[in-house]
Write a protein of this length. Sequence first.
Length: 644
Amino acid sequence: MLSIVVLVAAPAARAGGRLAYDFEGVLRQWPLAPHKAQSIVPVQDRGATDYARWLQQDLATLGFYQGAIDGIAGDATTDALVRFYRASPLTSGDFDTYERDVLRKAAMLFETGRHSLAAALAKAPELVAAWGLRERALAANDAGDIDTAVDLEMQEFTAMSGLLGGDHPTTLEVQRNLDGFALMLIMRGSQALDAGENAEAEALYRKSLEISKHMRADSPHELAYGALQGIAISLFYQKKLVAAEDYYERAWKVAAQMFGPDDPTTLDALTFFANDVFDQGRYSDAEGLYRDLLDAKIRTKGGNDLETLEAMSFVAKCVVFQGRYAEAEALYRQDIAGRRLIQDALDPGMLAAQHNLANAILGQGRFAEAETLFRRVAEARKTVSGNDHPETLKSLAGLASALEEQGRYELAEEINREVLESRIRLLGNENIDTSASLHNLANTVFDQRRYSEAEQLYRRAVDVRNIILGPLHPETLESMQSLANCLSAQGKKQEAESRFREILVAKQQALGFDHPSTLLTLGNLASVVSVMENAFEASALWRRALEGYSKTLGEGHPRTLSALDRLAIEEANTGRYRDAFTTWQRGFAAAPAFFAADYGGSAGSRNAMFPLSVPAFLEAASWVSSSERGIAARSFEAQGWLTF
């Protein structure tokens, strides 16, 4: 242990080659421990001279020394040291390494202007202790104990910030050390993500975020952004979409504060955020975010830039999933027109846009047109990417849906089975695309009245979607609804009714009351209720479905007219013939719109699929008055409608 007491007095007498000093006089003033007060340092020792100079400087900073800072320790230096001892919290007579540190740290504290002399002296031991945390942190880091190293550095940062202030060079040095740890953790998190170790990545990113928050609270910083985004992505890969959403949103807001709302980094963060919301099935919320993205891309890139067109396709995707197919079609056509300026016909982006357009057309009931487009895109994707590429399989699945809607079930089933087998082989059983193929194949089998087989496929689809997406996701609810339909078709009415009611509540919450999928469930429930001889409730349900379809799809859409027809039938079955007659009249008034849109072929054609029951309408008309029936019959006969 060093036992240096200050130190050299110029006027003192030499004795035995060493400088002597009257310590007895000092001890009479203040009792240093006698065995620690013996060392006299030769003036000729340069290190001692520097040491004395440092002592003089620190003592002068604290106001205990007024002499020259010359490194020659005389009476004034020693007297100043004694005064420091008297004022400090030191209790021993040592002036060793620790005591020197207390003096140095007291001077540092006083220099900041944040502390009085008394406070600086009192808090100096705290600063010495904080300084010691750094060595421990470095040792922990060298031993590979990153958590301990980070915790010690954060303790040091807290102490330094409180004692010296956030802008003090020493505090900033600790902050840089912590920034280095945070960056290292982010890099390790990225490596863990690349290796598929998502939970480990999440833990690393969270530790990095803890560092950033510890230093800067919620103020924006690049490391905070990186940590937030990393946590979100690792949660997303763990299928924790709701938890991921919070971090995606926070990352987006931090980026907006740091870089501005239209900066590419901010817009990338917004895209991640919107994608997560979409994948939760919250299509309306996602649409709002994607529209913000689209507006920003138009401002910064222009209307025909590829990034702008991608944002437009995101908006259109949300619109499709909300059942607004005509609006989506317009957006997709605009997307395709823009891509023609910058992409060739076989570019994957162009083919994706055409596939999406086919989906929008399919949703509007233009099945033959959708079939043609799906077939063209599927063939192009086979050429570009191969038969088993996920995008090729997606277009083949769309083609099968278009064929199924036209009643070509055997061909649709064949394609759906091929797609399912490929997806199981390439993607595995617990995959979102595989679950879609299970559902699609079940639909085709159901339409061929192989209900028991369809039920098993639907149950598999529900199980997979429950695992991947959760029980309240729209796609899970879609499979649950189809399963309920299948149960109903097998005569299991009570189980089907219970499932439909459960699904209806969930869809109203997740999608809204007027979403086509919600309305489809309303109709399914109405059908089951009707069979169970509750015609009045069935009528109320069909009326709600009718008004919803009319609002979202239009009066002439097949689904609107089918709901109207079922409502009229329920009204007639309960003896409300005038109500039924009026309802059917409303439907026939929409016939021009139905045929103009080419939903069911040409008016008068035997192949037309007009979804109203003409004989039932005429029967209801006869109950109202014979003249009404005669007028209606002559009108239908003139148009050729009595041939089907």
